[in-house]
Design a protein around this ligand. Structure first.
Ligand code: SF4
Length: 486
């Protein structure tokens, strides 16, 4: 049996489909963050039903497809709206998020997605549903994609369902049946063949795939995919049989940065632009405020004055340093309570960040965007002005390590998790209970929404504080290191 999700997997990457059918257990177990996203998707589905409130749900459709097919047949006789309606044509089964019956007896297929825009695969998703339903004898009038409205702001305690979603009519842009039939034939053949010898895809695609660890396990240490922003050049090199970046010819790329990375991998020696680093350091104004937010986001806005997926700051760490290599003062904020954490966060920022001095962040765009978000809250104008005055004070260590200092062991990345082990191996995230932003989000969700025993809550708070503190301490070490490069 084939399903709609297998069909879209096949179109995404044939190897992904093959692995799903033949090596299912090679999938990486979902992280806490991935589970959080999955739960958010389910919540979006439930809200979508409220948009069409008079429907009947086919319970447990995924777990018991024969029962779901029978139940759907029954409901079609009486209902105008069915949720998770199941249909099978030949060897292909699909479940329709929302099926709407029109007055003339035709139907609309409504596919619900937790994204905030239409993506390419949504057309394929809808086309295959239309194909199955039409072959089951239903007249399909339209196929809609229902996604979240990124501009929606929750202004009252209740969600305005009609504003939360956008319905996009995809009907005229769907694939013809012949293409679908051909694809299904190819899927059936491929599933029975040996494992495809297809090379790996672009990293941006593979990053979202559950078979990433499996497919990427045997790459050379300095693979071509370590060259930043490789894009389509990666496929070209792969097709030429070049997977090791050290085999790439000098000046292969038109980009100086890419060629520089190839050189760094080949020689094993860092690239250091001392002059640019020196200029950057000389621009810093002390005291320095090393600053890092932790945030949570909700597909369906949970707090008033927030949009779908808006990052809600619930924690920050701040190290303050009055002079180069000087003593450090540490301040931190971690929200405790059941209200909107952003108001307390703003107060803590006002309390700890003084009127002068550079604010250091690693990938500062994120912190600046959160500050801008906070300035849009219903707070006094002087607080808005203060927050906005911080934006121009940010300096970004990530930018320095993206442009002026490359080390082979960064593997083309400037992320703090890659840079820190090289420039300060003693300071490590290894072994931490909360070791990345996704973990922090999941930990805060538990603290905020679950009634945890006091000792467990205390432990979680301790882990969160330790993680965020390390993020800002790491930036202190990065700047200490940069001083050694000039
Ligand atoms: S990791 Fe990449 S190559 Fe492997 S199955 Fe997934 S998308 Fe395909």
């Amino acid at each position: 049996m084939l399903s709609k999700s297998q069909y879209t997997k096949f179109l995404y990457c044939q190897k992904r489909f093959w692995l799903y059918k033949n090596k299912y257990n090679e999938q990486t177990a979902p992280s806490d963050f991935a589970k959080h996203l999955f739960n958010q998707g389910k919540e979006v589905g439930v809200y979508a039903y409220k948009y069409f409130p008079k429907g009947v749900l086919v319970e447990d459709a995924w777990q018991n497809s024969p029962a779901a097919l029978n139940k759907t047949k029954e409901l079609l006789k009486t209902q105008n709206y069915i949720y998770e309606a199941a249909f099978q044509y030949n060897n292909l089964i699909v479940f329709v998020d929302i099926l709407e019956k029109n007055k003339d007896g035709s139907y609309n297929i409504i596919e619900v997605k937790s994204s905030t825009e239409v993506e390419d695969f949504h057309y394929e998703d809808s086309a295959v549903q239309k194909y199955v339903l039409e072959n089951c004898g239903l007249k399909i009038h339209a196929c809609y994609l229902m996604h979240l409205n990124s501009q929606y702001i929750k202004t009252t305690d209740e969600i305005d369902i009609k504003e939360l979603f956008v319905l996009e009519d995809l009907t005229l842009d769907l694939k013809p049946c012949l293409d679908i039939e051909e694809t299904l034939k190819q899927m059936e053949l491929l599933a029975k063949e040996e494992e495809p010898k297809l090379g790996i895809m672009a990293k941006t695609k593979c990053n979202n795939c559950e078979f990433f660890d499996y497919c990427w396990a045997d790459l050379p240490k300095f693979s071509i995919y370590s060259i930043p922003r490789l894009g389509l050049a990666g496929n070209k090199l792969r097709d030429e049989g070049i997977l090791d970046s050290r085999q790439v010819s000098p000046n292969y790329f038109s980009s100086e940065t890419k060629n520089r990375w190839v050189e760094v991998f080949k020689t094993g020696k860092p690239y250091v632009n001392s002059g640019a680093i020196s200029t950057w350091l000389n621009n810093l104004k002390y005291p320095l405020y090393y600053f890092d937010f932790e945030t949570i986001n909700f597909a369906i806005p949970y707090f008033k004055n927030s949009r779908p997926y808006e990052h809600i700051a619930f924690q920050f760490s701040l190290h303050i340093q009055k002079e180069p290599h000087g003593a450090l003062e540490h301040k931190e904020f971690l929200f405790e309570g059941k209200e909107d954490p952003r108001y307390a966060c703003i107060e803590a920022i006002k309390k700890y960040i003084g009127p002068v001095g550079s604010i250091i962040a690693h990938y500062a765009t994120f912190e600046k965007d959160r500050i801008k978000d906070l300035s849009k809250m219903p707070i006094p104008q002087e607080d808005k002005d203060f927050l906005l005055s911080l934006i121009n004070r940010f300096e970004d260590t990530c930018e320095v390590f993206s442009r002026y200092y490359f080390h082979p062991d960064f593997k083309g990345s400037a992320s703090i998790k890659k840079v820190l082990p090289v420039v300060c191996p003693k300071l490590t995230y290894e072994g931490m209970k909360v070791a990345n932003g996704g973990d922090a989000m999941a930990a805060f969700m538990l603290l905020y929404f679950d009634k945890l025993p006091a000792d467990k809550a205390k432990e979680l708070r301790k882990n969160l504080l330790a993680y965020c503190c390390l993020d800002t301490l790491a930036m202190v070490k990065l700047i200490d290191f940069l001083y050694t490069c000039v």
